[in-house]
Design a protein around this ligand. Structure first.
Ligand SMILES: [Zn+2]
Length: 272
């Protein structure tokens, strides 16, 4: 499930969180497997298992970055007190202790959390923007495919630089983590880390949806579906998220439809 190639501090932290989850939390792993293999959620077992696993990863990764940022903000702190505060947080709030997971693992988790916190919120240099533009086949939004311009006639066509792994969760402002995006997709995607953290699993279409119902699928939901594909493709082919997004290409925002017109209703039936 980890599989994709991490390039930012936030992604390295995420990979370690997943590793700890898979290797150490056997009870949780077992219950997720039971859930995945069950048939008790109306033909959605696999998707719901992925949903809950993603929420777990997102929740823990996000809490570690936010907590590291908060600890680093203490003006009276030093390396020793930062580490001590973080170990207390891990033990008390996350049930992760050196005794249980090993000193090396916990040290790595602490260091990666601080690195991710420091990588958050960096500005994007002009030279990095130049490299990003040179790294893509054409200047278009990587999410919706809209054509973009450095000096647009209409401000809505201006190129923006989107952090594929969100800046606020340790996504470095480096070319390997940036892609051109339109202002609309950049704003709507915001700090989306995994598709699961957007709470887009709920009922969004009526059963037997009409053509009109399909046009009302909103942009954040389409972005979440696109993001789900980026992750799946990156894992299958051991790519970075950026390279996966470039290989998949933008989503056709007019082509979203349920797999089965006689079912629909929830996120998991929609594809493009
Ligand atoms: Zn767009």
């Amino acid at each position: 499930m980890i599989g994709f190639r991490p390039v930012t501090q936030g992604e390295h932290l995420y990979v370690r969180v997943v590793d700890i989850f898979v290797n150490y939390d056997h009870a949780l792993t077992k219950s997720i497997e039971n859930f995945r293999n069950g048939s008790f959620v109306g033909n959605r077992s696999e998707e719901f298992a992925d949903y809950f696993v993603g929420l777990y990863y997102f929740n823990l990764t996000a809490r570690l970055v936010k907590t590291a940022k908060s600890i680093l903000c203490d003006p009276n702190g030093n390396e020793f007190t930062y580490r001590s505060s973080f170990l207390t947080f891990l033990a008390n709030q996350c049930s992760i202790s050196e005794g249980q997971f090993g000193r090396a693992n916990v040290n790595l988790l602490v260091n990666l959390s601080f690195e991710a916190a420091l990588a958050s919120g960096q500005s994007i240099s002009n030279s990095t923007k130049n490299i990003v533009r040179a790294s893509v086949p054409m200047l278009e939004c990587y999410i919706c495919g809209k054509s973009l311009f450095v000096n647009p006639v209409d401000a809505r066509d201006a190129i923006e630089y989107e952090h594929v792994w969100p800046s606020s969760y340790g996504g470095d402002s480096i070319a390997a983590n940036l892609l051109p995006a339109c202002s609309c997709c950049n704003r709507e995607k915001g700090a989306m880390m995994l598709w699961q953290d957007t709470w887009k699993h709920s009922l969004i279409l009526p059963p037997y949806p009409s053509a009109n119902d399909l046009t009302e699928i909103n942009r954040p939901l389409k972005i979440a579906l696109h993001r789900r594909r980026i992750f799946e493709y990156a894992v299958q082919h051991s790519l970075t998220l950026k390279d996966s997004a470039l290989e998949i290409g933008p989503a056709d925002f007019s082509a979203f439809a349920p797999m089965d017109l006689t079912d629909a209703a929830d996120f998991f039936t929609i594809q493009f």
